[in-house]
Structures are given as C-alpha cells and as structure tokens.
Design a protein around this ligand. Structure first.
Ligand SMILES: [Zn+2]
Length: 331
C-alpha cells in the first residue's frame, strides 16, 4: 500500500530482486499504469549481474532480470534507470590482491580497494555494456566509497603512499592522525573515489550521453557532509567535479526524518552547501521510507530542487552488517 502511495506522489522505486517481494510481472501488473520512472539494479552487492555480461559473472538466480525488465519498461514508455553497486562487490573482493583492508590488517568483507585501476576499468566496462545494450535514461552509481576512515590500508595503498610521500611503510591510522600527512592521505582517498567515478562517467559518455548519478551518504551519526568526506571520501566539492548529478542518500544509518525538528537539522547542513548544490543537478535516495517519511523527503526535494526521489521497498538484507561497519561499531 505504501509503495503505491509513494509512486503516486512521484517516487521512483528501486528494484533489487534479492531485496523486494515483487517479481517484475507482479510489479508491472500492479503498478504499470501509475509508474513514470523505475530503477532496476543491474549489478548486485554480490558482484553478479542481472543481465548477460561479458565482463562480470551473471547472477545464478536473476541473471536475465535487468535486461528483460528494462526492455519491457522502456517499451511501455517508463523512464528507466540502472543501479550498480560501486566498489561493494563480494565477487571481486574475494581476490586478496584487490580486497579492501583496515588499518591493522583485517580485510573489509565485500569491499574492493578503491585505489585499484584494474577495478576502475572493470566497472567502467560493466557500465558501458549497460549503456550500449539497453535504452536506459541514467545510471545510479551507488556505494563508491570507503566504509570508514580505517580503510584502506592494503599493501598497495600503504606502499604507494610510503614511496610517494617518504613515509614508513607499516603505518597505522593512529600514526597518520598524529602526522601532518593525514591531510595528504585524506586527499588521496578522495582522489581514488573521484578517479573511479570520473572513469565511469567518461566511459559512459563515450558511448552515449546518459546521466551518471553519484552518491553521497548523509547521516546524522557521521555528521552529514563532514563524515561523508572524512570517512567515506565522498566530498561534495570533489564529486561535483567528477559528475553532473549528485545523489544524496538521506539517513542511511539512522531513521529517516519524521519530525520537523529532524528535518530542520538535515536542512541546516544542506543549506550550508547550497552554493554547490545549486550549481549541479541533484536527486534523493531513501531506504524503505514510510509514507510519512517520504512526505518529509518531498520537502527536502522542494527546497533543493531535486529531480527525483529514488526509494526502495525495504532496507537491504545486508543492512545491519553495513550499518555496524559504517558507524565503526564492534569491528
Ligand atoms: Zn587499498
């Protein structure tokens, strides 16, 4: 019921077959006549694709879902977006040479080191395939980030930093924080995030002029733009240079605003960045909103002039694990 109400209010539903109760047929039968736009996951958190890819492994269960669904949707005039999970990729990160590592040496499960140009090319090739083979209207590039400031301390990241900036190779985050070189380190993390986004935007645009929406995670528990920059290396100044459409994922790790006071707090941070926000297109992203929470997000949309509000039916099944990781709890 709430899905229908939100779609009627202009929300764009994001469909991932592993996180939704609706099959494509059920969805189109139920909502086909009221939907203007739709987003379908094309590359999952697992690293598998929901279409026949010549680059990445096809999902064993839903390997045709994206291509079939996006074809039907575009045929009946629904604006269609593809979502890909950036460096969150359980398949690729199984290779220890590419896996993200925490300070101290423990791996970050399911994350690929952002400083790996091989992975930039891999993900660019996937987005090019999607752009070439389907008539999509945009690509949502989600999860291009470090989950916390404790990453990435893989051999490759530490060795290149030690060589380029004359530093002891076996350093930890704690040591870096006591050194003026922490600023250089943080800049390099942002450059890696941007490098991946830029290489995808360039590759997509060399095929077709399709919007690439790149995410910034805005949560009260990581102090909104401050944590987005210092933990996730999603700096709005820097990302706005790499793409022309920013996607604000509102409150990923906290309840979505459902009171005026919570909304005011979020708005206060957004208004502080209004100069940049006004210079670029923006959209909003919500995990499993209630109708009431969606209506609060519509107020944000009005004040920011956002183009779309993307929403999922529910939080992802990996939510609790991801929340702990991003908030630095118990890991
Ligand atoms: Zn690394």
């Amino acid at each position: 019921m709430s899905i229908e109400t939100i779609i009627n209010q202009g929300g764009t539903l994001v469909i991932d077959p592993y996180n939704t109760s609706l099959s494509p047929d059920e969805f189109l039968t139920k909502y086909g006549n009221i939907v203007d736009s739709l987003c379908i996951v094309a590359k999952s958190e697992h690293g598998s694709t929901y279409y026949q890819s010549s680059t990445a492994p096809k999902d064993p269960k839903y390997g045709e879902l994206f291509s079939a669904f996006s074809q039907i949707a575009t045929d009946i005039g629904i604006q269609t977006f593809a979502l890909i999970h950036g460096n969150m990729d359980a398949y690729f990160s199984r290779d220890p040479n590419f896996q993200m590592q925490r300070s101290g040496g423990n791996p970050v499960p399911n994350y690929v080191c952002l400083n790996q140009k091989v992975y930039w090319q891999y993900l660019s090739a996937i987005t090019a395939e999607i752009t070439n083979t389907t008539a999509i209207d945009g690509i949502i590039l989600k999860d291009v980030h470090y989950p916390r400031d404790t990453a990435c301390f893989c051999d490759n990241c530490r060795m290149s930093f030690a060589t380029d900036y004359d530093y002891n190779r076996d350093f930890s985050l704690e040591q870096l924080k006591r050194s003026p070189k922490i600023n250089t380190w943080n800049n390099l993390r942002q450059q890696s995030t941007n490098g991946l986004i830029s290489s995808i935007v360039q590759r997509v645009h060399s095929e077709r002029k399709v919007d690439v929406l790149s995410e910034i995670l805005l949560d009260p528990q990581t102090d909104y733009f401050e944590g987005a920059s210092s933990h996730f290396a999603q700096d709005i100044n820097s990302i706005s240079q790499a793409t022309s459409h920013i996607l604000f994922h509102l409150h990923p790790w906290s309840n979505l605003p459902s009171t005026q006071a919570e909304l005011d707090k979020l708005n206060e941070h957004l208004i502080g960045k209004l100069n940049i926000i006004n210079s670029i297109t923006n959209s909003l992203f919500l995990w499993g909103p209630t109708v009431e929470q969606y209506e609060f997000a519509m107020k944000v949309k009005d004040s920011l002039g956002s183009k779309y509000i993307f929403f999922t039916e529910d939080k992802p099944s990996s939510y609790l694990e991801r929340r702990s990781l991003h908030l630095g709890m118990g890991v």
